[in-house]
Design a protein around this ligand. Sequence first.
Ligand SMILES: *Cc1c(COP(=O)(O)O)cnc(C)c1O
Length: 446
Amino acid sequence: MEKKEETAYRKKQTAETEASITDFYRTMGISEPVCAFGESVLASLEERFKGIDETAEYNQMKVLKAMQDNRVSEACLLGTTGYGYNDLGRDTLEAVYASVFHTEDALVRPQITCGTHALALALMSNLRPGDELLSPVGKPYDTLEEVIGIRESRGSLKEYGVSYRQVDLLPDGGFDYEGIRAALNEKTKLVTIQRSKGYQTRPTLSVASIGELIAFIRGIRPDVICMVDNCYGEFVERIEPTDVGADMCVGSLIKNPGGGLAPIGGYIAGKKECVENAARRLTSPGLGKEVGASLGILPQFYQGFFLAPIVTAGALKGAIFAANLFERLGFPVVPNGTESRHDIIQAVTFRDPKGLIAFCEGIQAAAPVDSFVVPEPWDMPGYDSQVIMAAGAFVSGSSIELSADGPLKPPYAVYFQGGLTWPHAKFGILKALQRCVDAGAVRLQR
Ligand SMILES: *Cc1c(COP(=O)(O)O)cnc(C)c1O
C-alpha cells in the first residue's frame, strides 16, 4: 500500500472503531441521560438475554431440521395459480409447520386472512349444531366475541346453534378446576385456550400450565378437542402447546411465525382430522387442502418462518427491556421485570394520558416507515373510549413489527410489542422514554 493511502485507511479505520452508538443516538434525538439510563438497565439483563438467545438457537435448529427433513427445495419457492393443484411449495410448507409443531398435519395459507379468521375457521369447522364450546381461561380475545356470539353477530357460532360456556380464571390467575369440572358436560365438543393475555391483565399462560389444564380436561372428557389460540406465543419457549397435548395450535402469520416477512396469512397445526375439517371449511367439502394457489407468496412464508425464532427473540428482549426500564422508573408493568415470559406483549401503566400519548409518539417516531407522522387518539369503532395506536410497519397492521397502542381511559396503559430486530426494539423504547421525559410524564432518577 502507498504510504498516503495507508494513512487514510488507518484514519478511516480509527474513526470507525471510535464511532460511538451514544453519539449516533444523539443525532437521532436521544439525550445522554436517557441513553445512560438505558445502558444501566441493560447491564442488569445480560443473563436474561443469554437465555433468550439459547431458546432462539434451539428453535432455529428446530425450524432448520424441519426444512431439511421435509426436503425443502428450490422448486418449493415457486408458486401456483388458478386452482393450485399439486402445489409442491404449499404442501411442503404445511409439512414443515407440522414438523415444527409435532403435529400430524397443518394448514398454512394466504387465504387465511388474519388471526381471527384462522381461529374462526378452526372453531366453525370443528363444531356442529348442538355442540358446546368451552373457554376455561376467561373471556377470549375481543374479536372472537362476535365469532362465538358472546356479542350478537350475524353468522356467529351461536346463530348456528353452537352454545358457549366460560369459566373465568381465579383471582390469583390460576385455573378454576372445580368450575371447569362443572362446566364440562356431554355437549362440550371443543375447549379453546388462549395462551396470550391479549389486552387483558391476566397472566399469559406458560406451555407447561396449558399442558396441565389439558391433562385435567382429558381426565374428565378424553374425547374433547383442545384448541390453543397461540397468537404471540410461537417460539417464545422451546415447546409449543401441541407438545403438551393440544389438538390444534392456531395463529397469525403477521405475528411471530411470519418472521416479519409474511405479508398475510394464518395457520392451524394439529390432528389430521381437525386440520382436514378446517381445510374443507376454508375451501369446500370435497376439495379441502387440494386447492388454494400460493401465487407468489411462498418465499416470504418460508424465509419468514426460518427467521421467526430470531425475530421473536428480538421482540422478547424489547419487551423485557421496556419492563425493566419503566419498572425502575416506578410504573406498574405487566409482566414485571423479572418474571418468565410466554408471549411478546408488554403493558406499561402510566396512570395519566400524557405518558401514554408520549410513549406512542416515541414508538411512531422510531419507525422505519411513517416516522414523520404523529399518532393521535381517535374514536375507534367497538371501543368505549378513544384509542391511540402507533405503528410504522412494512406490513400493514403487523404486530411482530414495533407497535404500541392503548385506550385513553384509566389506568392509561400502553400495550407494546414487536420489533423486527433487537436494535430497533431498543431504539424504539429509548425514543418512547425520551418523549415521555420531554413531555414531563417521566422523571429520570439520576
Ligand atoms: C392478535 C390476536 C388475535 C387475532 O388476530 P388478528 O390477526 O388481529 O385477527 C386473536 N387472539 C390473540 C390472543 C391475539 O393476540
